[in-house]
Design a protein around this ligand. Structure first.
Ligand SMILES: Nc1ncnc2c1ncn2[C@@H]1O[C@H](COP(=O)(O)OP(=O)(O)OP(=O)(O)O)[C@@H](O)[C@H]1O
Length: 229
């Protein structure tokens, strides 16, 4: 569903992502794990075309996205939930979701959105800023899903969210995969969370992929070693 080959990203003269390659198939959840500053956000922003990058190959569902602007990548099936959620605090929940439609071909919020997030339906008239952290994360995911993506990127969705709510986010991501059969790529530092959702875990360190395992074969102690300072 998504194939990236030899991706390099730089800030000016400083190269931060050093030629990484990966792919993920339909209905797969891939977790990219690493400590702060290892390049997760840079990777996701480059995949969305927010940051310039170089690569040998970048495709979504077989369609070339290399060099494309963000809106073109969204049309071709990529969606992004940024770190920190970036919802609009003074807009209502419904208005926040509708902003996701601006880059979509459709004008209507898909029917399954409120089925996936009943709490957002109940709160659709409330201001986004009045929602809890977990609810704001659900709102950010809902906003990304209205474009009916083939590949959903989520940058550290558990950041700043309390442990009991982290479980709800895991549940919702598993539900999304079941309902939509999409590819989910998530960047994370919380191993217990990725073990609930991911089929495969890759560790990123200083802009290189240094370790990869299927969930069933994960050596938790080893990954925790990579994630601790
Ligand atoms: N605008 C920028 N200009 C220059 N260097 C940057 C910029 N943004 C990030 N970097 C550097 O790029 C590297 C990767 O940062 P990035 O934010 O992608 O990491 P991250 O794994 O997402 O970490 P975090 O979890 O803290 O967001 C770091 O060394 C960082 O200092």
């Amino acid at each position: 569903m998504i194939e990236i080959e030899d991706l390099t990203v730089s800030y000016g003269q400083s190269e931060v992502i050093h030629g990484i390659s990966f792919s993920a198939v339909k209905n797969e959840t891939l977790a990219i794990m690493g400590r702060n500053g290892m390049g997760k956000t840079t990777l996701f922003k480059s995949l969305m075309g927010i940051l310039p990058s170089k690569c040998k190959k970048a495709t979504v569902d077989g369609v070339d996205i290399a060099g494309n602007e963000t809106f073109q990548r969204v049309h071709k099936g990529l969606a992004y939930v940024p770190q920190g959620r970036m919802i609009f605090p003074t807009m209502t929940v419904q208005e926040n979701i509708e902003t996701g439609l601006e880059k979509s071909k459709s004008r209507q919020i898909p029917e399954d959105i409120y089925a996936l997030f009943p709490v957002l339906y109940d709160m659709r008239g409330r201001k986004g800023g009045n929602l809890s952290g977990g609810q704001q994360q659900q709102l950010a995911i809902a906003r990304a899903l209205v474009t009916n993506p083939k590949v959903l990127l989520l940058d550290e969705p558990t950041e700043g969210i309390q442990p009991s709510i982290i479980k709800d986010i895991a549940k919702v991501l598993n539900e999304i995969r079941k309902m939509r059969e999409i590819t989910i790529i998530v960047s994370e530092q919380v191993l217990s969370f990725t073990m609930e959702i991911a089929d495969r875990i890759i560790v990123i360190d200083k802009g290189n992929f240094i370790h990869e395992n299927k969930r069933s074969e994960v050596d938790a102690a080893k990954i925790k070693g990579y994630l601790s300072v």
